[in-house]
Design a binder for this molecule. Structure first.
Ligand code: NAD
Ligand code: WQD
Length: 338
């Protein structure tokens, strides 16, 4: 049996493929390369000494999916494929709903007709909306995400919950990621955003290699210890290990399961800058700019449910996250195009 990883040529997906191959799973990757790179999979093969089967194609292509499920005996689907740029989703909502919601519908239809009913979905802490209590725990009511990207994640969660209610043969994990960061410690695979990075850590690493002049800190007047936004940054290798644990758990757990994947600790923007400067031995030029619209002051995960039910918790700290992010960026200053 094989594991299907949609979006497996992307940032988190490529680290997932590596972890699966290391655990001796057979892996099939489906990715349309809209934001991923086939080079990431070549590097994964070089690191693991094993190959995933790569299919370049789209999760919205029903014929392709039917053929894939016919050709490969798939036991589980890890569904990472999706568009994720918040600002872009505000400008192009239809593209986001088509890709993220339409894509998930087509994928589930193809799974259903192939009789594959184990699915791990990449959700996001964005589904908590603007919840005022921190830390966020899985029992909180779903919120109102502030942008179409977030709403696409919420809609897919709702659809999957309905699917689980309608047919108890499905086993579905909704994994709500907090802020993934870092890279594989080899420095061979990592995050390679196209254009100006939206996220904090790739922006910092690109300043450090001279691709950007300075970091703009989006507001320093939040009600947080140093006035800058606080988030729960989780090492990408911890995150993928959480998926392995969830995938194993839902094999014996029909229905819908929801787990936060975070560390349970928040760090401010300035904490992140200082941790990076320490890891990389350089100074990051920063200036304080206005708040970014839609940003919340602070949130982090209550990560105890995953620990209790999956026996998983994030093990890597900020130091490893920053050292690994830096190793990836400095050895690949232009990402996979280096
Ligand atoms: P990414 O953009 O690096 O990876 C997504 C991959 O999916 C890319 O390789 C892209 O080419 C592929 N893809 C997109 N649409 C596709 C389609 N229609 N058919 C086939 N392939 C398609 O993003 P990532 O950071 O690795 O995120 C993976 C998943 O995790 C996404 O669903 C994202 O929304 C979710 N997530 C990410 C974060 C984060 O901060 N990185 C946080 C929470 C949730
Ligand atoms: C982190 C902190 C910024 C960039 C986003 C999505 C969320 C999820 C993860 C997918 C904030 C500050 C950032 C910069 C800054 N993605 N910042 N200068 O906003 O917590 O979450 O990615 O599901 O849905 O919204 O992450 O990395 O953009 O920002 O000061 O150039 O860094 O204000 O406090 P965010 P981020």
């Amino acid at each position: 049996m094989s594991i299907l990883v949609t979006g497996g040529a992307g940032y988190i997906g490529s680290h997932m493929v590596l972890a699966l191959l290391e655990k001796r799973f057979e892996v099939v990757v489906l990715d349309n390369l809209s934001n991923g790179s086939a080079v990431s999979l070549e590097r994964v093969a070089e690191l693991t000494g094993r190959d995933a089967t790569f299919i370049e194609g789209d999760i919205r292509d029903r014929e392709l999916l039917d053929a894939l499920f016919q050709r490969h005996a798939i036991s589980d689907v890890l569904h990472f494929a999706g568009l994720k740029a918040v600002g872009e989703s505000v400008e192009q909502p239809l593209r986001y709903f088509d890709n993220n919601v339409g894509g998930a519908v087509t994928l589930c239809q193809a799974m259903q007709s192939a009789g594959v009913r184990r699915l791990v979905f990449s959700s996001s802490a964005t589904v908590y909306g603007e919840a005022e209590v921190v830390p966020y725990h899985e029992g909180l009511p779903l919120g109102v995400p502030t942008n179409p990207y977030g709403r696409s994640k919420l809609m897919v969660e709702e659809m999957l919950r309905d699917l689980g209610r309608a047919d108890c043969r499905w086993s579905i994990a909704l994994l709500r990621y907090f802020n993934p960061a870092g890279a594989h410690p080899s420095g061979r695979i990592g995050e390679d955003p196209q254009g100006i990075p939206n996220n904090l850590v790739p922006f910092i690493t690109q300043v450090a290699v001279g691709r950007r002049e300075a970091l703009s800190v989006f507001g320093n007047d939040y009600p947080t210890p140093d006035g800058t936004g606080v988030r729960d940054y989780i090492h990408v290798m911890d995150l993928v290990e959480g998926h392995l644990a969830a995938m194993q758990a839902i094999a014996e757990r029909p229905g819908i399961s929801v787990w936060n994947l975070g560390t349970g600790r928040g760090y401010s923007v300035l904490d992140m800058v200082h941790a990076f400067e320490k890891a990389a031995g350089c100074t990051i030029p920063c200036h304080v700019g206005p708040r970014r619209s839609g940003d919340l002051a602070q949130y982090w995960a209550d990560a105890t449910k995953a620990e209790r039910e999956l026996g998983w918790r994030a093990r890597r700290g900020l130091e490893a996250m920053m050292a690994d992010a830096w190793r990836w960026q400095v050895s690949n200053p232009a990402g996979y195009a280096s």
